[in-house]
Design a protein around this ligand. Structure first.
Ligand code: ADP
Length: 261
């Protein structure tokens, strides 16, 4: 619990710090990207400066992916919780998930037809799923199977005794599982820390799982990871059941927040 508190405080400080910088930086980047793309259109294909400008465009794009992640991580945005069914979110995201994982990875969804509702910010939960799916893809460079599962779960007193931060009750579980490279104990103990990454420069920021962790905690949920090197990884998220009926929610927002490719 103490460890968790320390983690939250650390994220709070880093979040506030990076958020301010990322926001200003993003404005400059917009100018860099815009003007360099414009310049690219204004010069001939065989102009000697063309390669250089292309490099500027490419680097600026990488930088804006990074700042976008920083912003998402640090955003002290007010949560906009709505009553939703996670099955709906998963089904709505199928197309984009398939685009992220490509053709060598198979997608399997196992959705509980009687799934309870949860009260969460749907946009945030989409972001959580996107981050877990992107990581799963990176863990399966030679293909494999991605499984997304939902189910109702009763976490009883017994369970709560074994898991310090859990309040006993009814939960909805969503699991994202891959058959990828897995993690060592050492890596596993750091994954929720901001800026922890094992990926090469430009590929990973180490903010994905820190963001996921923050969102799940903010939503009153819990997240666990099970992983063995060479065996694959499963992330299990528990969100408290809501007794309310689903309120319709807008899905258009996600379209322009999804990275392409
Ligand atoms: P990033 O993806 O930018 O590295 P994350 O916070 O999302 O940042 O992940 C941190 C690290 O956790 C990754 O660099 C990787 O080592 C490990 N990791 C996360 N998800 C998985 C997974 N599904 N399989 C194996 N390793 C993973």
């Amino acid at each position: 619990l103490e460890e968790q508190l320390r983690q939250m405080q650390k994220m709070e400080v880093i979040g506030r710090f990076t958020g301010g910088i990322a926001h200003d930086f993003n404005n400059y980047l917009t100018a860099i990207t815009g003007f360099s793309q414009l310049a690219l259109m204004q010069i001939d294909n065989n102009h000697p400066a063309r390669r250089n400008i292309e490099n500027v465009v490419n680097s600026a794009e990488k930088a804006s992916v990074l700042t976008r992640q920083l912003l998402a991580f640090s955003r002290r945005q007010v949560m906009q919780p709505q009553v939703v069914n996670l099955n709906t979110i998963v089904i709505d995201m199928t197309k984009i998930i398939k685009r992220i994982i490509g053709e060598d990875i198979q997608l399997r969804t196992v959705l509980d037809p009687d799934l309870w509702n949860v009260r969460v910010d749907p946009g945030q939960i989409e972001q959580v799923i996107m981050n877990l799916v992107s990581n799963a893809r990176d863990a399966m460079p030679n293909g494999g199977m991605l499984t997304i599962q939902t189910t109702n779960a009763l976490l009883d007193e017994e369970y709560a005794k074994r898991h310090v931060s859990v309040i006993p009750g009814n939960y909805v579980m969503i699991a994202v599982e891959d058959t990828g490279v897995g993690m060592t104990e050492d890596i596993k103990s750091h994954i929720f820390e901001p800026f922890f990454t094992t990926k090469e420069l430009g590929k990973g920021t180490g903010l994905g799982l820190a963001t996921v962790y923050g969102i799940i905690k903010q939503s009153g949920g819990n997240i666990w990871v099970y992983s063995e090197p060479g065996q694959g990884t499963i992330f299990k998220i528990y969100l408290p059941k809501s007794e309310e009926k689903v309120t319709s929610y807008v899905t258009t927002e996600r379209i322009d927040t999804i990275p392409s490719g």
